[in-house]
Design a protein around this ligand. Structure first.
Ligand code: NAP
Length: 317
């Protein structure tokens, strides 16, 4: 029973194991709403819903809500929603959470330091019981470049700067961030790659970014550079990546995201000596902070009718 409270359906993939935990966190953040699982609603109740909170929803489920005005995703990456719902014109609001940006910035710094301090090489040496020290490189002599200077890229750039690295970044539109050498556009990409020791991918997956880290981009990196992909698997051409790693032109890749997830057992990345595989854990959504942000957005919309900034469906992010 919702009483006087508006119904707010939570719409997710069938069998999503965290559905109950999400609904509890969302309900706690907005006691004035009645957060409910979609499949508990009858047709009249569905007709009363104007906004839904979504986590990988089935488009057919959303079509059972005839008066839906917009959806709020609890994830930052919305390529699947854009592909599924873009044609309908339904506004999609994604999660923009400073806590998420902070968690991602921490991951970027952690894995940058892992590469910077030569951990993959020392791990190989340990396996071979080999005692051998190599010269180090100072952080100020190492350039880390970010593909994407959005919410996550900018927070990561600042964290890398505070750790002493040279930082560059690339975005679609020109940016100005103190201490960061910013590049934009096609020409900007290759200018940046040529000066990159560690390339960190934090782009959204769109038709323009799919496969953008291809053989040509990898060849533009100086020999011995490394790659961190914390964005989406299909942004990196996995065949080109494997070739670059096999030839040792690219020293190492830290991969948190893949074309297919979970990464299939037979995938080459599992056993490649120059690859570190992570199971999509670089920046998990924090349910408490995310729920507070979703709650504030919905509260503002109920009070003023003002929609939070929605994803640009033409741009794809
Ligand atoms: P965002 O705020 O939308 O920023 C995207 C950045 O990419 C912007 O700087 C944008 O340029 C740039 N960009 C987009 N298309 C481009 C293009 N064609 N050429 C050059 N630059 C382009 O996104 P975000 O919140 O930082 O998140 C980025 C991605 O991280 C998400 O889409 C998601 O896939 C991924 N993610 C991964 C995890 C994980 O755990 N692995 C967690 C959360 C998010 P402009 O500034 O010019 O618009």
């Amino acid at each position: 029973m919702s009483g006087q409270r508006p119904l707010l359906p939570f719409v997710c993939a069938p069998g999503y194991p965290q559905a109950a935990a999400w609904m509890a966190a969302l309900q706690e953040a907005m006691p004035e709403e009645c957060v409910v699982a979609l499949d508990t609603l009858n047709a009249d109740q569905r007709a009363a819903c104007e906004v839904a909170i979504v986590a990988n929803p089935q488009p057919a489920d959303l079509r059972t809500l005839p008066h839906l005005q917009w959806v709020h995703s609890v994830w930052a990456g919305v390529e699947r929603l854009v592909a599924d719902l873009g044609g309908s014109g339904l506004p999609i609001v994604r999660l923009v959470d400073p806590q998420l940006a902070d968690t991602m910035a921490e991951a970027v710094l952690a894995w940058t330091l892992y590469l910077h301090r030569g951990m993959p090489r020392y791990a190989r040496q340990q396996a071979a019981r080999q005692w051998l020290a190599h010269d180090g490189v100072r952080a100020q002599d190492r350039t880390v470049s970010l593909l994407g200077l959005g919410a996550l890229g900018e927070a990561s750039a600042r964290r890398l700067l505070s750790a002493g690295f040279q930082v560059r970044g690339w975005s679609r539109t020109p940016k100005s961030i103190a201490g960061v050498q910013c590049h934009a556009g096609d020409a900007g990409l290759h200018a940046m790659l040529a000066h990159t020791d560690i390339l960190v991918c934090l782009l959204p997956l769109t038709p323009q970014t799919r496969g953008i880290v291809d053989a040509r981009a990898l060849a533009a990196l100086p020999a011995g550079a490394s790659l961190i992909n914390f964005a989406r698997g299909p942004i990196v051409d996995e065949t080109a990546l494997r070739t670059a790693l096999d030839s040792a032109r690219l020293d190492h890749a830290v991969l948190d995201v893949f074309e297919q997830e979970p990464l299939p057992e037979a995938a080459w990345q599992w056993t490649h000596p120059a690859v570190t595989v992570l199971p999509h854990i670089s920046a998990p959504t924090d349910r408490t902070s995310a729920s507070a942000i979703v709650a504030a957005n919905i509260r503002r919309w109920r009070a003023t009718g003002q929609l939070p900034q929605a994803v640009d469906l033409a741009r794809g992010y």
